[in-house]
Design a protein around this ligand. Sequence first.
Ligand SMILES: [Cu+2]
Length: 66
Amino acid sequence: MKTINIEGMSCNHCVMAVKKALKNLDKVNKVDVKLEEKKAFVEGDVDNNTLKEVIKDAGYKVTSIE
Ligand SMILES: [Cu+2]
C-alpha cells in the first residue's frame, strides 16, 4: 500500500475528486482518502509518477509518496 501526501484538498468534493481520479487507474484496487490527514491510501501496482500525474490533473499537488 502507498500513502500519498496531498496538498490542496479542502472539502469533501476534493476528496471525491481525488478518489475518482485514483479509482480510474486500471491497476488501482483500493483507494481511501482522508481529508483531515491530507492523505490518500492506494493499493495496487501503480508507479508514483502516474499517481502524481492523475492527482495533478484533478487539481491537487502531491508532496510525497511513502
Ligand atoms: Cu473541496
